[in-house]
Design a protein around this ligand. Sequence first.
Ligand code: FES
Length: 74
Amino acid sequence: MEPRPTTITAYPDGPLIVRGEAVLIDEHGEPIRQPRRTVALCRCGVSAIKPWCDGTHKLTGFRTSPGAADVGGR
Ligand code: FES
């Protein structure tokens, strides 16, 4: 059985959801440990636990562009 490919899904007005194993690299070129197989990456810029989403985007009213919202609209 082939492993499932890693997917990254942009959610409207929210984070990027990474499903599967991914190698995340910080600004110093060091790997960031992925705590779970599915993680949410902040794309609003206000999370206190970057690169992870902490849900603050809901409080700030973060909005993605209409084109970006269509990407994750499942
Ligand atoms: S996208 Fe959720 S806190 Fe930034």
